[in-house]
Design a protein around this ligand. Structure first.
Ligand SMILES: C[S@@+](CC[C@H](N)C(=O)[O-])C[C@H]1O[C@@H](n2cnc3c(N)ncnc32)[C@H](O)[C@@H]1O
Length: 590
């Protein structure tokens, strides 16, 4: 039997390339390097790039037969042999595509041995190491890649990767002849890479530039991969990073696994047991959470694909995204995970019934309307309230809405009143009253919810300025100055909405304003959370999301007039309506 040992000359070539990369990193700095890569770059564009990005590393691909051999190469170049190594997703997938291989065949690791710049700046050489053991059949890949040097690149790290700044930096690079050339999000590191091919007249041996941004910037990445000037084939399904339709469909079809993986992660209290700074061994985590170590590792590896945790050499670490599922974190989204992985998960199993009949699947599966179902179970009712509060980020700008600030100007002797119709657990009313100490509030809710709201508003210190009305939409209290209907109308069909709005109109004095908080369906088919929630409403409550014109018609049918609307976070809007035909301004009743 003959054995093919790795060719020593080629391994020596790898060492020479590694040594040259380390030398390059030591000798260059950002301001001097950028105009070499993008000839003609100067003035404000150079300032913007050099101000936001720092030269971070030179990258290259090596082909060691095994880890020991890679360590020996590091030692030969004076680099730290104990540098930790992580799996590479982006380069592995690109090699797999370029050579028609299954990504699972390719063991590509990333290592970043530290190198210091001439003024002591912390930098690195980024080594992608594709293991090419003897007889592995991977030798042709190594031979091809060694000559083409496709993966050799220079990387700049974006210091504060705000989405706008990141897009601006990409635009400057393109303006100076760099062409978008793939990229990806690496969940193992929670970082986004954007590659560019350098212009042909770049004065260096590296053909590509990488912008590296910590965190998940998949919107910018999508625009980068779709850029009309991108370097690769014009065939959209052939570009690096794009998925074939069958792969895309598989990802979509297994979306339910993701919902359940996140819900199980939350139900098992794993986010609370994990740390965002220090990775933990799965055995330790399993012991702390009463789970089965190998199965826990399977769950965590799956979640790492979506950036909820990051896999490191020592074990798993919680990411910023995963930390949103902690029970005690401000704005925790844990209740949403339990809701979407619990009752709403079951009801979505009956979506075809809802589409066939127009009736909510929830009612068919649980035997009653979801408000009645939740109202009968205190635990579920509380989970529902908490899950509504988990998206209360959309309420934050409301206390400064002109209608609220105008009402807050009323003299202290005759304070204005905000009536929150079906105000849930009082989250929004609490925010408004906390921001405006002279306003008073009335909250109308069904009996079980009134008690939860009372506790919350008391805890927020607003109790003495609040009154409660336990009842139905028909009981909207008269005499308020501002009426609020937040995330209520989308629960109902058009007829019921007209009824609710008529109850409001009847209670509203001539001077009163009505604020309606809802997501608006975009008129141009652009992506919006409203489109997803339209399906959720159909499946679970028999309601729907609507466009602004649709709301204007419903308001008009109830004798109200839509005066305007403005955007809120999470694709929500606040619509401002008044009694129709009432001339403005009308003096408040005092
Ligand atoms: C989707 S929640 C919105 C809660 C709150 N306004 C918010 O934005 O967080 C809808 C609310 O309508 C209330 N509701 C349902 N049917 C009602 C009725 N017939 N009368 C009064 N409130 C009702 C529910 O109790 C629930 O709190």
């Amino acid at each position: 039997m003959t054995t093919t040992l790795p060719d020593k000359t080629l391994l020596l070539d790898d060492i020479a390339g590694l040594r040259a990369a380390a030398q390059f990193v030591r000798e260059h700095d950002s301001v001097a390097l950028l105009p070499l890569l993008l000839p003609g770059l100067d003035g404000p564009d150079l300032q913007a790039l050099a101000g936001h990005c720092r030269f971070a590393h030179a990258g290259l691909l090596l082909f060691p037969p095994d880890t020991d051999s890679l360590r020996a190469q590091f030692a030969a170049c004076g680099l730290d042999v104990d540098t930790p190594s992580h799996p590479s997703v982006v380069v592995r997938d690109r090699l797999a595509r370029r050579h028609g291989r299954d990504p699972a065949e390719l063991d590509v690791r990333i290592l970043r041995p530290r190198v210091y710049g001439s003024a002591g700046q912390r930098r690195a050489v980024e080594v992608f190491a594709l293991a090419v053991p003897p007889h592995s059949g991977l030798e042709p890949i190594a031979a091809y890649e060694r000559t083409r040097r496709h993966e050799a690149h220079l990387a700049f790290e974006v210091e504060r990767p705000e989405p706008l700044a990141l897009r601006g930096l990409c635009a400057i690079l393109v303006r100076h002849g760099a062409r978008p050339d793939g990229g990806g999000y690496n969940p193992h590191e929670d970082g986004t890479v954007l590659y560019f091919t350098l212009p042909a007249d770049a004065a260096c041996d590296y053909g590509r530039l990488e912008l590296y941004a910590r965190g998940d910037h998949r919107d910018t990445l999508a625009a980068h991969l779709d850029h009309p000037d991108r370097f690769d084939s014009p065939r959209p399904d052939a570009r690096p990073g794009a998925r074939q339709p069958a792969e895309t469909l598989l990802h979509l079809l297994t979306g339910a696994w993701t919902t359940q993986a996140l819900a199980a992660f939350a139900r098992l209290d794993l986010p609370d047991a994990m740390d965002t700074r220090t990775a933990q061994r799965t055995e330790d985590l399993a012991r702390a959470t009463g789970t089965h170590p190998r199965s826990l590792a399977t769950l965590l590896r799956y979640l790492a694909m979506f950036g909820a945790v990051a896999e490191e050499q020592e074990g798993f670490r919680l990411t910023e995204l995963g930390a949103l599922l902690r029970a005690d974190t401000p704005g925790s989204m844990r209740p949403l995970a339990l809701m979407y992985g619990g009752p709403f998960y079951r009801s979505f199993g009956g979506l075809d019934h809802a589409v066939r009949t127009g009736q909510p699947a929830f009612d068919q599966i649980f035997g009653e309307n979801h408000f009645d179902h939740f109202a009968r179970d205190p635990q579920l009712a509380s989970l529902f309230d908490q899950s509504m509060a988990a998206s209360s980020r959309m309420f934050r700008p409301l206390p400064t809405h002109p209608v609220i600030t105008a009402a807050a100007q009323a003299p202290a002797a005759a304070p204005a009143t905000v009536v929150d119709v079906a105000g849930g657990n009082g989250e929004l009313l609490g925010l408004i009253l906390t921001a405006h100490p002279h306003l008073r509030g009335v909250l109308l809710e069904r009996p079980h919810a009134v008690e939860a709201a009372r506790r919350r508003l008391d805890a927020a210190g607003c109790g003495p300025r609040c009154a409660y009305r336990s009842g139905d939409f028909a009981d909207v209290p008269p005499g308020g100055d501002v009426y609020v209907l937040s995330r209520v109308l989308h629960d109902w069909d058009d007829d019921r909405c007209r009824e609710i709005l008529r109850h409001c109109a009847r209670a509203m004095p001539a001077h009163a304003d009505l604020l309606v908080v809802e997501r608006l369906l975009p008129g141009d088919g652009s992506p919006s959370l409203a489109t997803a929630w339209d399906l959720h409403m159909l499946c679970n409550v028999g309601g729907r999301e609507r466009g602004a014109d649709h709301y204007a018609r419903l308001l008009a049918d109830a004798g109200l007039e839509l005066v305007g609307h403005s955007p809120l976070p999470l694709d929500a809007h606040v619509l401002h309506a008044r009694r129709a035909g009432v001339p403005e301004p009308v003096l408040r009743r005092t």
